[in-house]
Design a protein around this ligand. Structure first.
Ligand SMILES: Cc1cc2nc3c(=O)[nH]c(=O)nc-3n(C[C@H](O)[C@H](O)[C@H](O)COP(=O)(O)OP(=O)(O)OC[C@H]3O[C@@H](n4cnc5c(N)ncnc54)[C@H](O)[C@@H]3O)c2cc1C
Length: 306
């Protein structure tokens, strides 16, 4: 079956592109390597989302469920667990290959976010059970000790979510200052999170799963052994951009360059969301997804007003 539009990534950007494509009567398919919902359901399902006008009392998962239901409800086909591995152009059509199948379309929107592959600490014991890069349910950590590593918003959100759920939390950051936003910094300093500045993880110990996390103060050289059941590493990610580079899309580091219609340097390939927006927030992702859908509509239908 041939689609008008294939949207790669079912986060806020991809789902916004899908909703608008449906409104514009484009036949579209959304593919996601995980479950639809994007960072909201994958990185911070438990957190009450901030700076999203009117959605102050909803968690990432609640918003993700609502938007996914909305888009499926208007009839858009969304396929979970379909990682896109290549996009090729043959006879002016886009051939999108996933691990399971391949699909054809007239245009493509890339909305894969920037999380990519999670960065590793590269310390002994990192492969033990109990080491992860995000927390899907904070409640299961209640009454347990957790070490979180990182100094950005992901680490701050994770530490705050865990401490609010009743976990004992250590936050180890290799610098003296957090990169997290002012609001998160304030919340952290008032929370019960035990801050460990200029601190790195030296090793993780345990018999099959995490039992101790050994921290090292970079300034004094002193080590501290924390009895913990889990280590959550929130130190960013390396973008999975191989398939974009394979297609010849111009990138600026991890970001894709687009024009005023959301189109990349390859005609018919559009991009939206964190992968193009300098401010990485839900509202920006929604707006850029909408723009990409309209851009794709103009490209496919070439309407009379253009
Ligand atoms: C911890 C954390 C907390 C945040 N809190 C807030 C907040 O409170 N308020 C706010 O406004 N913003 C917040 N953000 C930012 C916001 O979530 C992002 O700006 C937004 O999700 C970006 O949407 P997106 O669709 O571009 O990318 P994402 O939401 O990252 O979605 C990308 C999707 O693409 C899929 N994908 C990736 N590669 C492939 C592939 N090869 N094939 C198929 N699918 C693929 C992924 O599985 C994912 O579902 C937060 C981000 C994080 C990490």
């Amino acid at each position: 079956m041939e689609y008008d539009l294939i949207i790669v990534g079912a986060g806020p950007a991809g789902l916004s592109a899908a909703l608008n494509a449906e409104y514009l009567k484009l036949k579209s398919l959304v593919l996601d390597s995980d479950r639809a919902g994007g960072a909201l359901s994958q990185s911070y399902p438990w957190k009450e989302v901030d700076s999203y006008l009117g959605f102050n009392d909803m968690t990432g998962r609640q918003i993700a469920n609502r938007v996914v239901d909305h888009v499926r409800g208007v009839g858009v086909e969304i396929k979970d667990m379909e990682e896109v591995t290549a996009i090729e152009i043959k006879d002016k059509k886009f051939h999108v290959t996933t691990e399971n199948s391949s699909y054809v379309s007239k245009a493509v929107v890339v909305a894969t976010g920037i999380r990519g592959t999670q960065r590793k600490l590269r310390v002994p014991g990192e492969g033990l059970e109990g080491v992860s890069h995000f927390v899907t349910s904070v409640r299961k950590y209640a009454g347990k000790n957790v070490v979180v590593v990182g100094g950005g918003n992901s680490a701050a959100d994770c530490a705050l979510g865990l401490v609010e759920a009743g976990a004992g939390v250590w936050l180890a950051h290799r610098r003296d200052e957090l990169r997290a936003t002012g609001e998160n910094k304030e919340k952290l300093l008032k929370s019960g999170v035990r801050m460990r500045w200029s601190t790195v993880v030296e090793r993780v110990e345990g018999d099959g799963r995490v039992e101790k996390v050994v921290l090292k103060d970079k300034k004094t050289g002193k080590t501290e052994s924390v009895d913990a059941e889990s280590l959550v590493i929130c130190i960013g990610s390396v973008p999975s951009k191989d398939y974009l580079e394979g297609l010849g899309i111009k990138m600026d580091g991890a970001m894709v360059k687009v024009d005023e219609n959301g189109m990349t340097n390859i005609p018919g390939v559009f991009a939206a969301g964190d992968i193009v927006c300098s401010i990485k927030r839900i509202t920006q992702a929604l707006a850029s997804g909408e723009k990409a859908a309209y851009g794709a509509f103009k490209f496919i239908r070439n309407p009379y007003w253009e």
